[in-house]
Each structure stands twice: as structure tokens, then as C-alpha cells.
Design a protein around this ligand. Structure first.
Ligand code: GLN
Length: 290
């Protein structure tokens, strides 16, 4: 059987089970140790039987037991970096890569060439803090917090494997930061409303502490915004990922705690409101401090 025929076979199984066919390509690359371009070159060739067996077994596991492909492989690529994942951390999502790109642009706009202190609240796999530090190794000094010891263990493994310099602190939200001050605060806190029904592939395999954000999904934004002034320098940036229907409420919360700031929301690639930024040190839309 060729690579192509095997991929088609897997796609058929996935479609039949109402699953995304993107899983097949990811698993095939993984089990054959191929890069995406190699796979196209190999398409018409015979797939080694042992690889084919392992691949189809993984497809079966994904379909029958609903195990996320990222858990079968043990990693996911995020912003081009390979992150170890397991059931103790949220699987990094594509939307979150967009948050990284925007934070890097804001760094350039407001702090270009300055050394800044950045904190990532609820770091999970470490994907935000680690990626931002890797992208600006000379300029971003990163600290990351999480309430879960086991998530931090994975985040530390990721920092080590990716050779990133991040200081990890265990504790609830801003609590472990004490009197430290930061220029940039990023967070993708748990934001699914408590009672919302979640697909079983997520509900059964990802840590609930990383998913649910209280009754309205805003619990952790309230928690962070109400105390953020204690950990931020005067001119600073707050960057949040959030639920697609929460932009207005979140902006209002941000206004309440940071009346002298520029606040705006951006859509993700799906066209949904997904990220809100608070730039402090503004008054009436004009920069107050500089
Ligand atoms: N910061 C991590 C991420 O963006 C974890 C987020 C979380 O656990 N809610 O993937």
C-alpha cells in the first residue's frame, strides 16, 4: 500500500466518524518521521508496513477512544516550536499563536529595543511565555505562573527542550508575583463558562482547571484586572485571549480598572473577537506618559 492509499483509507475512516481529516496527515507525518514536503514526494511510494500499522492503530485510537491526536503524538507545534503536551496542560491552539504575533508587534511599537519584563498568567504548557522569550531573546525577560504543579512540570520541560529562559512560579493568578513589576502581562486564562457543554474530546482529555472560567467565563479576567495595577509598571501592555462573545464585557472591565488606557479588541483568523489589549498610560486617546 502506498502513502497516498493509506492516507485515503484513514481519511475515509475519519469522515465516517465525523472527525477532522487533518488528524490523518498529522499522524502520518509523525509515524513516518517525515516533513510535510517529504510526504508529497513520497506519496506514490510504498509505505513501510510497520509505519502503516502504527499509523492505522493511532487513527483507531483517535476515532474509537476520542483521544486528541496531540496526546497520541505527545507534542504540538506552536508558532513553529515543538511543545510537549499531555493531559495536565491545555493543548495550545491556533488562536493563541495570533496573540503571540500581536504581542510581538506591540512590543515593537511601544518598547522597541528596550529590555522588558513580561509575565504570562496561567501558563499551562508554557507556550506563551516560552515563545515570546524565544522570539525576543535579547529583550524579553519572562516569568510565568500557574496554579498547577503538574502543568508547570510540563512547562519547565518545554523551556528546557526549547532552550528558553523563563522563570516559573507556582500559585494562583498574580499571587506568586508579590511586589514584582512588569511591562507586559499576557494571559489566556480558562474562559469557558462553567455550565457550557464542551465536546467530549476536550472535556474528557484536557484539564478542567485550564478550561472553565466561572459562571460567565470572566472570573479570571476580573481577578487579573482588579489586581493588575500592583504588578504593572506605569506604561504597560495587557494582552488577553478570550471567548468570542466577551469583548464588550471585558473592555468594560478593563475600563473600570484602567480608565487611562487605550483598549481594543482584535478578531482571530476565523473572524471572531478573540483578543483584547489594554495599553496603559493614555488619556482621552492620547498618550499620557512617555
Ligand atoms: N497559556 C496556555 C495556553 O495559552 C494555557 C492556557 C490555559 O490553560 N487556559 O495554551
Amino acid at each position: 500500500m502506498t502513502f497516498k492509499a493509506t492516507l485515503e483509507e484513514a481519511n475515509k475512516i475519519l469522515r465516517h466518524a465525523n472527525k477532522e481529516t487533518s488528524a490523518a496527515k498529522l499522524l502520518m507525518l509523525h509515524f513516518c518521521g517525515l516533513e510535510p514536503t517529504d510526504l508529497y514526494l513520497q506519496y506514490a511510494n510504498e509505505m513501510p508496513p510497520s509505519n502503516r500499522k502504527a499509523f492505522l492503530e493511532a487513527i483507531r485510537l483517535h476515532v474509537e477512544q476520542n483521544i486528541p491526536v496531540q496526546h497520541i503524538m505527545g507534542y504540538v507545534y506552536f508558532y513553529g516550536y515543538k511543545f510537549i503536551v499531555n493531559d495536565q496542560v491545555l493543548i495550545p491552539r491556533f488562536e493563541t499563536e495570533e496573540l503571540v504575533a500581536n504581542v510581538l508587534m506591540l512590543y515593537d511599537d511601544y518598547f522597541r529595543d528596550e529590555v522588558v519584563d513580561l509575565v504570562d498568567i496561567g501558563t499551562g504548557s508554557g507556550c506563551l511565555a516560552i515563545t515570546l522569550q524565544k522570539e525576543e531573546p535579547e529583550h524579553i525577560k519572562a516569568v510565568a505562573t500557574d496554579i498547577s504543579e503538574s502543568a508547570l512540570k510540563t512547562a519547565k520541560e518545554n523551556a528546557l527542550a526549547l532552550d528558553a529562559t523563563v522563570e516559573f512560579l507556582c500559585g494562583d493568578m498574580l499571587e506568586p508575583l508579590e511586589s514584582r513589576k512588569f511591562d507586559i502581562l499576557v494571559s489566556n486564562p480558562p474562559y469557558i463558562p462553567q455550565e457550557e457543554v464542551v465536546e467530549s474530546i476536550i472535556y474528557d482529555h484536557e484539564p478542567h482547571v485550564a478550561l472553565f472560567g466561572g459562571e460567565d467565563g470572566l472570573r479570571f479576567y476580573r481577578e487579573i484586572l482588579s489586581k493588575a495595577n500592583t504588578v504593572l509598571k506605569e506604561r504597560s501592555i495587557i494582552a488577553f485571549e478570550h471567548g468570542y462573545d466577551k469583548a464588550v464585557e471585558l473592555q468594560n472591565l478593563a475600563k473600570k480598572y484602567f480608565p487611562y488606557s487605550l483598549i481594543y479588541t482584535l478578531k482571530d483568523m476565523q473572524g471572531k473577537d478573540r483578543m483584547t489589549f489594554v495599553i496603559t498610560g493614555f488619556e482621552d486617546g492620547k498618550e499620557r506618559i512617555r
